[in-house]
Design a protein around this ligand. Sequence first.
Ligand code: SF4
Ligand code: MSK
Length: 672
Amino acid sequence: MPKKREINEYSTDPAAQQMLIRAEELGIETAFTRADKMVPCNIGAAGMCCKQCGMGPCRLTKSGEVGVCGATLDTMQARNLTRSIAAGSAAHSDHGRDMAFLLKATANGEAEGYTIQDIAKLHMVASYYKIPIDKRSPEEIANDLADLYISQFGQQRGEVVPAIRAPKKRQQIWREQNVIPRGVDREVVEALHRTHIGDDQDPEHILNHAIRTALADGWAGSMIATDISDILFGTPAPILGQANLGVIKEDMVNVVVHGHEPSLSEMIVAASQTPEIIEYAKAAGAKGVNLSGICCTANEILMRQGVPAAGNFLHQELAILTGAVEAMVVDVQCIMQALVGLAQNFHTKIITTSPKVKITGATHIEFDEHHALTVAKNILKVAIDNFKNREVSKIRIPQIKEDLIPGFSHEYINYMLGGSYRASFRPLNDAIMAGRIRGVAAIVGCNNPRSSQDYLHNKVVRELLKNDVLVVQTGCGAIASAKLGLMLGEAGLSEVGSGLREVCETIGIPPVLHMGSCVDNTRILTVLTQMVEEGGLGDDIDQIPAVGLAPEWMSEKALAIATYCVASGAYVIFGGASPVSGMPDRVNDSDAVLKYISEGWEKIYGGKLEFIPDPQKMIEATLAHIDKKRAALGLPAWERDKFGRSGDLRMRELEKLPLAERREAIYGLAAD
Ligand code: SF4
Ligand code: MSK
């Protein structure tokens, strides 16, 4: 009989705990309880099951065993991993394709409600590809850029154009390895072809194509999505927001937007602010419409519009359990089918909107960019009409929420470090070179009900901050830190090492920077490239003292992100289970795939992928890698408490000293 966990083992978030108690009272299942009941298949989990053809499925449970076709464990694992990476790359890239078509429609005046909001970003992106800018309207430039970007998906030969934005040395490595993607769709299709029965059966050769497929995501599909979202909706800059279920309001019509693409959610934000909708809501007896987000849709509208985040992946069911949500509006990715059944216990309507996603039992109102504002208003009216069906006795909204400052795009980081006239990554590089900042960690990815919600994210973030590691975050990991108050200036600084704190106080930033949604991991690639170009930290990404972590990963997109980061030179650590672990008692079998994606890829790309379930070991491996990279660059070894004497806290202490002592201390600082 599977073991049922205690509520505090399900989640470290007190708001989630309140809702899980409520679910128990009502006898309602959630992903947390379903995870208890659904014992994972240890053969499939370890990548040792193949169902690629009708002679199988073949499960390799004994040492040396092969499938009916003769496929070995290594081949099976390489094929399974590559198929996951292809699916993840397809999801991100299809999002990018939709954004490219939206840009085209906007440029041609065919997309109701959309405008080009960030002309500076449009000019910058166009200039990467030598699209003429002078004396041309934003629409003309956007039309050319849209055509170029649309062509990247179906391109058959050559190289996807955003790859030229990588450091020169990195491009050279990719060319030598022949892994620069020719076109996004071509690489995904070839990944499926190669892993079909009777095709590519050399594990390393299969995995080389996994690299090319993942690069089609990171340096094409996702990068295109981020570029166009910024051009159409504005490049994010710091803005005040809030996170957690306490953002749901009892006296308003609550609409929770969930999924990934900002095209619809931005329009719902716009529609909710129109007098027509505000009046409609008031006529229904509510004070107005209260929008909030879940998952990466939350991140998109949080960092651009300050719309609050109701939570991350594992909050999607919990939001409905508040009993106060009139509609959950979903588009694509990370949407649990269980939402529909759960919502039947309340008045909540689940509204699907993407032509690609329907859920049996949900209301489908299809989104069409040509009539986006009209569709958005219709959706909101359905939600408002549902307000009267609320059962007040069922409402339980946890009064828990935290403020945060999201919106740290790479453009804003560049600006904040140097100001309007000398925007530059120099101060960041200098702080790393001096040892004030030991290194950088990108902590990204999902929640997974197999571990306690947010526990791994927050444990790793907190420990790294104490060790002067600057943390950047995206996706559901970012919302985990936001819920903890680590993304709000001084509030987050109490737990931070003295050197990092000094830098944060000087620049005026939180120690954890929210950089966006999961497609926005490409912003991290851009930051790393700009750090290389700034100088002092080597001539390629693999030399920077930086690590990528996804402590609570669950989606195939996370595997695609990990792989393009590795191919870009990063050490990537995943928590939880490894999809290519093999079985521990199969001592005679090789662990060739595990070794190849770690040691093998490191030899070629300087980056490696490892699965480390224990958070303490994850932290130790991160710090050891950062220190190794510092030493290789000839930088001074990091020393705890070496810096911190010029930060705001120290200045406040000095103010209390007699004048002579204060002068002496300040002159001492100047000599540092
Ligand atoms: Fe079995 Fe080979 Fe078919 Fe896979 S491809 S199911 S290993 S026979
Ligand atoms: S939503 S992919 S659970 S980060 Fe991007 Fe969160 Fe992971 Fe979905």
